[in-house]
Ligand binder design. Structure first.
Ligand SMILES: [Zn+2]
Length: 170
């Protein structure tokens, strides 16, 4: 008697092919394989600032309305010497970064992947690759509170000293 799919318990298990006993039906297999991509698509990263050596992005998530503000802010800074990109993400704890989605790897291995890992994988595979650097690092800080505080003011044209004269902090 054919085994039933471990997930829906209804359809006949036909996958994975080759390695060991089939455990999943084709529909559940397809759904779970695509689950990660679907989760990635729920994040929206907008670049808001760009210089030759740095960029700033804000991160929105489908779980919130745009008016609710971003769930994170990301800075990417290029160190030209070693051709290294430093990525730093500040994420608000309004969003549940530990929430997991069920996923099946091509090899048939089941895993629960946390939203944080989905997000870091976007930074790794999309954001860092857009820079074409030889190395990168990702640092993530979780920020408490709601929403992220963003202030903006004009300083006028008479401010002193000039950028070139600005002393470096100790
Ligand atoms: Zn199934």
């Amino acid at each position: 008697m054919p085994e039933l799919c471990l997930i829906c318990q209804k359809e006949t298990a036909t996958l994975p092919e080759g390695g060991g006993e089939p455990r999943f039906c084709s529909r559940c297999w397809e759904t779970r394989l695509k689950q990660l991509f679907r989760e990635e698509d729920r994040f929206h990263i907008h670049r808001t600032m760009r210089t030759a050596e740095a960029e700033k992005y804000v991160v929105f998530h489908d779980e919130f309305e745009q008016g609710d503000g971003p769930v994170g802010v990301v800075f990417a800074m290029l160190d030209r010497g070693p051709d290294h990109l430093e990525i730093h993400a500040f994420l608000t704890n309004r969003f549940d970064w530990k929430a997991t989605v069920p996923f099946i790897y091509e090899q048939g291995v089941e895993a629960d992947v946390a939203a944080m890992d989905v997000f870091c994988s976007i930074l790794e595979h999309e954001l860092s690759t857009s820079w074409r650097v030889s190395s990168f690092s990702i640092e993530v800080s979780l920020c408490a509170g709601d929403p992220l505080y963003i202030d903006s003011r004009e300083r006028g044209s008479t401010h002193e000293p000039d950028d070139e004269d600005r002393p470096l902090p100790p």
